[in-house]
Design a protein around this ligand. Structure first.
Ligand SMILES: Nc1ncnc2c1ncn2[C@@H]1O[C@H](COP(=O)(O)OP(=O)(O)O)[C@@H](O)[C@H]1O
Ligand SMILES: NC(=O)OP(=O)(O)O
Length: 311
């Protein structure tokens, strides 16, 4: 019996954006998770929510224009909504895939709140890209509403603050489900960012980088492996350049050197590398793996992916 504990972070390509796309897309993620269940890993699963949280925030803002009976939803509430509906599709897809393989294993989603620092400088420097691409006119309208936008190659996107995850309030429940050998989906979309005010938790207007929350959660449940399932089989240096080189492995010090050379794109590969380095450096014997969603089992068997270790 393999009692290894892993935290799996599912990237954006596991979901699509629209409701019907997502229902279809999550079946691929469910296969990857079921493969790992067959290998008898204990598993906590987290996921991206950038496109969805942007869509929900826009939708809720538009509803509030239609009728005074609908109010604008704060970003933290949109984070909670995204955790709920993505978790719903994902847990059902995993349940079905497991049952089709003759496996009965409970899978549940935990609405997860993550403490952030009110003085985190991210609140004055928004960097987290959310939602769909916008035209220049739409971007101007967003700016007029007091929102921030950034220009990318394919158009404009909204950006929000991405404070660092400090603590996960529901960690005991996550641990209890792992100890009971159940599947748990938690910290979706990086978790709902909250500020602790005495006994009260107040939602913060932000979206946490899910890669960093995945590392925090993996550390707090003392996982052996942190597995990022994204859209590339391996991490490259000189990405998309003529001298592009895909890496089988990376030590923390090599990763630091590459980060100093700005080898990894902010908001994309960089947070996965940062999260991996943080996780593997905190305790000996840990590893992080970055690979494609379709390669989960092979990567866990050491046959592909980029493996990050402390030394
Ligand atoms: N250095 C790199 N090596 C490999 N892929 C990269 C690199 N930089 C960016 N990418 C691209 O970025 C993607 C991962 O970023 P992103 O899609 O934002 O993450 P996520 O899958 O967590 O949502 C990869 O699938 C790949 O297409
Ligand atoms: N919350 C989060 O990191 O989502 P994305 O991976 O979609 O950016």
């Amino acid at each position: 019996m393999n009692n290894k504990r892993i935290v799996v972070a599912l990237g954006r390509n596991a979901f699509g954006t629209l409701f019907p796309d997502q229902k279809q897309a999550v079946t691929k993620a469910a296969c990857a998770i079921a493969d790992l269940v067959e290998e008898r890993y204990q598993m906590a699963i987290t996921f991206s929510n950038g496109p969805q949280v942007g869509m929900l925030h826009t939708a809720m803002t538009e509803f509030s224009r239609l009728s005074p009976e609908y109010t604008v939803a704060p970003m933290s509430v949109c984070g909670a909504l995204s955790q709920g509906y993505i978790g719903y599709d994902l847990q059902n897809a995993i349940r079905t895939e497991l049952l089709n393989r003759g496996i009965f294993k409970p899978v549940s989603t935990i609405i997860t709140q993550v403490r952030v620092d009110p003085f985190d400088e991210a609140f004055s420097e928004p960097t987290k890209v959310i939602g769909r691409y916008m035209s220049e006119d739409e971007a101007r309208a967003e700016t007029a509403k007091g929102n921030y936008v950034v220009r990318e190659e394919k158009g404009y996107r909204r950006i929000v603050a991405a404070p660092k995850p400090i603590d996960i309030y529901e960690i005991d429940a996550i641990r209890a489900l792992l100890d009971a050998n159940q599947l748990v989906i938690a910290g979706g979309g990086g978790g709902i960012p909250v500020l602790q005010q005495g006994t009260r938790l107040k939602g913060a207007s932000a979206v946490i980088e899910k890669d960093l929350t995945a590392a925090r959660m993996a550390d707090m449940v003392d996982a052996d492996t942190l597995l990022f399932l994204t859209g590339t089989e391996k991490v490259a240096v000189n990405y998309k350049q003529p001298d592009e080189q895909f890496l089988d492995s990376l030590t923390a010090s090599e990763a630091h050197a590459y980060m100093e050379q700005n080898q990894f794109e902010a908001g994309s590969m960089l947070p996965k590398i940062e999260a991996s380095v943080e996780f593997v450096s905190a305790r000996p014997g840990r590893k992080a793996i970055i690979t494609d969603l379709s390669k989960a089992r092979e990567a866990m068997d050491g046959k592909t992916g980029t493996m990050i270790t402390a030394k």
